[in-house]
Design a protein around this ligand. Structure first.
Ligand SMILES: [Zn+2]
Length: 388
C-alpha cells in the first residue's frame, strides 16, 4: 500500500490530476519549434492525511535533467534582490557567520552564495550542474563553483559552517536521503543548515495553482518539513513562511533529542485537499474566458517567464495562444521560448513596439516593480495580477 514518504502514514487522499504539463519548465528553448515539441508529463497529486505533505505520485525521475541551459535565477528583480540581501544578513547573524565556510548545494548561477560571502567576508563553495565556469564574470576569489552534483563521497573534504540548499529539496526523488547528504556536509555539531522550498500550503489552501510544475515532486507545508527534519535527527531553530508567504524557510542543526512525535506546524486539511480539483478547474475555465475577452479587444502580454508563467500559459490553452509575448527582466531568458506553449520571451523595452493594452503579472510581489518599469517606458496599459 502507498504510504507518505515523509511520515509513513498510509492515509493518502487524492487531490488533482493534470495532464500535458512540460517536464522542464525552467529550460527555455532556442526556437519556437523546439518549444512546441517539449516533452510533457502528468501530475497526479495526492496528500498525506497526517502530515499534510502533497506529492506527485506520477513523477518519473528518469525524465529529469538539470544540466546545461537550466535558468531560474530571480536575482534580476529588485524585489527578490531585497529579499536575498535581508536573508543573507539574517543567516550571518543567526549562524555567527563571519570569515567562515559556506557550502551551497544547488547554487544555480551563485548569486546568493556571492551575496552571503561578500556580506560576511566568508568563503563559498557552490555545487550545481549549471554553476558558472571559472572564467565567468560571476566567479570571484571568494567563491568557487563546481559544475557537478554534490555528494559527501565525491567531495569528502567539502564541509560548511553553513550549508545552504534553496529550492532543490522539492525536486529530488528521495528527500530523506537528500537531507542526510546535506547534514553530512556540516563541518561541526554547531554548524547550521538552511533549507528553503516553495510553500506548498499556499498552493493547496490558497489556490496558487500556477505553482504546480512537473519538476516539483513534493509540496512541503510547515508540518511536513518539520517532520522530515525531525526524522533525520535535526532540530529546527526556526521554520517560517518567507518571501511574502510564498517560500518556506528552515534553519536547522544536529539535535540531541529529536522528537518526531511532537511535530507541529500548519498543514492542508482534508477539506483543502478535497476542494482543490474543483478550484483548479474553475480557475482555468475563468482565465480562458478572460483571455478570450481581453485579446478580442487589444494586445495582451504576460510579465515574468518563470515557472508560474509556464504553467499558466499551458493550462489556459488554446486561449493563451492570443497572448503576444512574455516579458522578463532576466537577459538570459530573452529571445528564448516558453516550453510547450511556444511564447517568445522579450525584454521590457520591446513593449514599446508591442504597445500592450493589458499586462498580466504572474507574481503579485512584482506589481510595483512592473508598474514603475512601464511608466519609465511611457506605457500605460491595464496591469493585472494573475494571482489575487
Ligand atoms: Zn505524511
Amino acid at each position: 500500500m502507498e504510504s507518505c514518504p515523509i511520515c509513513s502514514s498510509q492515509t493518502i487522499q487524492g487531490m488533482a490530476t493534470i495532464t500535458g504539463v512540460p517536464t522542464h519548465c525552467n529550460v527555455l528553448l532556442e526556437s519556437q519549434r523546439e518549444a512546441l515539441e517539449s516533452p510533457t508529463g502528468t501530475l497526479e497529486l495526492v496528500a498525506c492525511g497526517d502530515c499534510g505533505h502533497v506529492f506527485n505520485r506520477a513523477f518519473d525521475a528518469r525524465r529529469m535533467t538539470y544540466e546545461g541551459v537550466y535558468e531560474n535565477s530571480l536575482h534580476w528583480s529588485p524585489r527578490f534582490q531585497d529579499y536575498a540581501t535581508r536573508l543573507a544578513e539574517r543567516l550571518i547573524a543567526d549562524c555567527d557567520l563571519r570569515g567562515k565556510d559556506v557550502l551551497e548545494v544547488g547554487c544555480g548561477r551563485g548569486d546568493f552564495l556571492q551575496e552571503i560571502c561578500k556580506a560576511g567576508a566568508n568563503t563559498g563553495l557552490g555545487f550545481d550542474p549549471s554553476a558558472p565556469l571559472a572564467d565567468d564574470p560571476g566567479a570571484t576569489d571568494r567563491v568557487t563553483f563546481v559544475r557537478d552534483y554534490f555528494s559527501p563521497e565525491s567531495y569528502p573534504r567539502s564541509r560548511g559552517d553553513l550549508v545552504i540548499c534553496q529550492h532543490v529539496l522539492e525536486h529530488v526523488d528521495d528527500p530523506a536521503a537528500f537531507v542526510d547528504l546535506l547534514a553530512d556536509a556540516l563541518k561541526t555539531p554547531r554548524s547550521c543548515l538552511y533549507i528553503e522550498v516553495p510553500n506548498g500550503l499556499v498552493t493547496v489552501r490558497h489556490g496558487a495553482i500556477w505553482d504546480l510544475i512537473y519538476e516539483h515532486v513534493w509540496y512541503f507545508c510547515e508540518r511536513s518539513l518539520r517532520m522530515l527534519l525531525a526524522r533525520r535527527g535535526l532540530s529546527t531553530y526556526w521554520v517560517e513562511a518567507t518571501f511574502g508567504g510564498q517560500f518556506l524557510s528552515a534553519l536547522v542543526g544536529p539535535a540531541e533529542d529529536a522528537a518526531p512525535g511532537l511535530v507541529r506546524g500548519e498543514a492542508p486539511t482534508r477539506a483543502d485537499v478535497a476542494a482543490f480539483q474543483g478550484h483548479l478547474d474553475r480557475m482555468i475555465a475563468s482565465w480562458r474566458e478572460s483571455l478570450e475577452l481581453a485579446s478580442a479587444s487589444g494586445t495582451v502580454v504576460v510579465w515574468g517567464a518563470g515557472s508560474k508563467s509556464v504553467t499558466f500559459l499551458n493550462l489556459t490553452r488554446p486561449e493563451s495562444r492570443s497572448i503576444r509575448a512574455v516579458v522578463d527582466v532576466n537577459p538570459h531568458k530573452q529571445g528564448k521560448y516558453i516550453p510547450e506553449s511556444g511564447h517568445e520571451i522579450v525584454a521590457p523595452d520591446q513593449l514599446q513596439r508591442l504597445d500592450p493594452d493589458v499586462v498580466l503579472v504572474m507574481n503579485p510581489l512584482y506589481l510595483d516593480e512592473v508598474r514603475r518599469t512601464l511608466a519609465d517606458l511611457d506605457l500605460h496599459p491595464q496591469v493585472r495580477s494573475v494571482v489575487s
